[in-house]
Design a protein. Structure first.
Length: 407
């Protein structure tokens, strides 16, 4: 099993191989088309019924014997970030493909359709739009959101899509109603499993996220002639605000996380008291009420500090994504399957976004994780031990068996 997984991951990773050592496979690019064609050929070789939808999601189906109008879906996205790794996204496709192959060999035809999906896009790496693949599966993608966008080279989205052989979904047809469950396996993109020496993570929820731009306006002035007591130093104010954000997040504790990842200073020269500072806040939690409470507490503290420093503050929340719970029944089923197969697993949440969060409001959904060495992802150094990959596929097989082969 380990050899099958690593071999298929390496082959798929060759489509879009980046000179810097990773993989750059962007939506509707030549490399993206080649990767989908490779997967199409692999699916056909295993005797799956293969088709694309209008926008380029690829499906391989092992037909059910009894409930032919019910489908158990598994897979992930085929696109990558720029110079990304071999696991993010494509692991979910490879694992689903092999899980279906092994189940077919061992148990034959399932009662319900078993289907692997290679989703067109999730990362938003080529165009300023993310989750194009999964949003089209559930019918939430809107034509007007992409009709006028372009990539980093000025290529229009629609032109790239048409050149790759695809077009917009026919919205008059409605969406699929046969999908009864979706299970996605993904590398963790964090270091929890590795630190706790677990091979599999059973995900209970995907965190909600709030993101802010915070702009502080003070007064730029001469660094030598402006006494300390007369200054309206935007950086001094911002530094105390950042300290409060991180300190408050530590008081709340896990699973809340708060990050100030970007800071800009104006005029950003050595001999001028800074007149402006802008920083970002990224705040995440699995409970919406805690997420709201924390951001309210922090915003009040920031406004108080701005007043104390005599500066103006503008707090702009530009993202507000709710937490997404996984389906309790499928999570319980996966736990029971992991126990029955003596798998070394941990029940946990996901601190990153995934296609599962798009499908979960519409389809009963669950996720599995495998460890990421040193927590590294979106990087050529992304790596999961082959033994852990195999454990992840076993966990996925257990879930798919329960969902597709049992009454």
């Amino acid at each position: 099993m380990e050899k099958d997984i690593t071999s298929m991951l390496e082959t798929l990773g060759s489509f879009g191989k980046d000179p810097a050592g990773g993989v750059s496979r962007f939506l509707y690019s030549k490399e993206w088309v080649e990767a989908q064609k490779y997967l199409e050929a692999e699916m056909k070789q295993e005797g799956l019924e293969v088709k694309y939808d209008e926008i380029g999601n690829l499906y391989g189906t092992l037909k059910g014997s009894k409930y032919t109008d019910e489908t158990i879906l598994s897979g992930s996205h085929v696109d990558t970030v720029g110079n990304g790794g071999y696991y993010d996204g494509q692991l979910g496709i490879v694992a689903a493909h092999l899980a279906i192959k092994y189940l077919k060999e061992k148990y034959g035809q399932p009662l319900r359709n078993l289907e692997v999906i290679s989703m067109a896009e999730e990362e938003g790496s080529r165009f300023p739009y993310a989750f194009w693949g999964s949003k089209n599966v559930v019918g939430t993608a809107k034509r007007e959101e992409v009709e006028n966008i372009k990539d980093f080279d000025g290529v229009p989205f629609v032109e790239a899509m048409n050149k790759a052989g695809f077009d917009f979904r026919d919205e008059s047809k409605g969406i699929r109603e046969d999908i009864k469950a979706f299970v996605e396996i993904h590398n963790e993109q964090g270091n929890v499993l590795e630190t706790e020496k677990k091979s599999v993570g059973v995900v209970t929820s995907i965190v909600g996220q709030r993101r802010f731009n915070v702009e502080i306006t003070g007064q730029a002035n001469h660094a030598g002639t402006t006494p300390m007591g007369y200054r309206k130093d935007a950086v001094y104010a911002a530094s105390q605000m950042i300290y409060e954000i991180i300190s408050e997040s530590k008081k709340y504790g896990d699973p809340l996380v708060a990050t100030v990842g970007k800071i800009e200073v104006t005029p950003n020269v050595v001999n001028v008291v800074p007149g402006k500072a802008l920083f970002t806040m990224d705040i995440r939690h699995t409970d919406k009420s805690v997420l709201v409470e924390f951001t309210d507490v922090v915003n009040e503290k920031l406004n108080t500090l701005a007043s104390d420093h005599g500066v103006e503050i503008n707090i702009d929340m530009w993202m507000d994504e709710d937490p997404v719970p996984m389906d309790e029944n499928i999570v319980k089923l996966i736990e029971q399957s992991c126990d029955a197969n003596s798998l070394n697993y941990k029940v946990m949440h996901s601190g990153a976004g995934h296609d599962s969060q798009i499908l979960a409001p519409h389809v009963p959904t669950a996720m599995l994780f495998v460890p990421s060495r040193d927590g590294i992802s979106h990087n050529p150094a992304e790596y999961t031990e082959p033994a852990d990959l195999a454990e992840g596929v076993k966990a996925l097989m257990g879930a798919l068996y329960e969902l597709a082969y049992k009454e």
